[in-house]
Design a protein around this ligand. Sequence first.
Ligand SMILES: [Zn+2]
Ligand SMILES: [Zn+2]
Length: 169
Amino acid sequence: MPPATHPPTPALTRHQSLVLGALAREDAPASAYALLSHLQGEGLRAPQQVYRALDKLIEYGLVHRVETMNAFVACAHPHAHAQGLVVFAICDQCGHVDEFSDSAIERRLQGWSKSAGFQMKESTVELHGDCARCQAAGSGEAPAVAAMPAAPAAKPARRARKAPGAGPA
Ligand SMILES: [Zn+2]
Ligand SMILES: [Zn+2]
């Protein structure tokens, strides 16, 4: 399905392209100051320049803010958010973030909001824990498939890593 949740992205300014490019190269969420330090050679000098670019990129749906880390990630699937609810599973060991949407959770929150007379404008769920890879590194075992708390309707943004067969590697 081709959900058109965001209007077509306007042409990015030079600063916006630089910030998005720097963010896309990061493995983990990056703070505005980390981005600034990567981009100083490109002519960005003030944090405000980075924040301004980030604000627009967030507005265009290309970047998300990870509130609990005060950091930013490039969207794993730009323009593919069928629903507003985005879930981040954040590894506290390596900082890796998996992003997915979950319409079941969103419906639940919308139901509550309606019954409480609350006007929900934005919803983000952030899970903290250990990613499958870090668990495997810690225990020496293959990652458990059950590590992904995916509801039936959830579509992982990135391939769900399955344990290849069974048995100790
Ligand atoms: Zn996204
Ligand atoms: Zn990890």
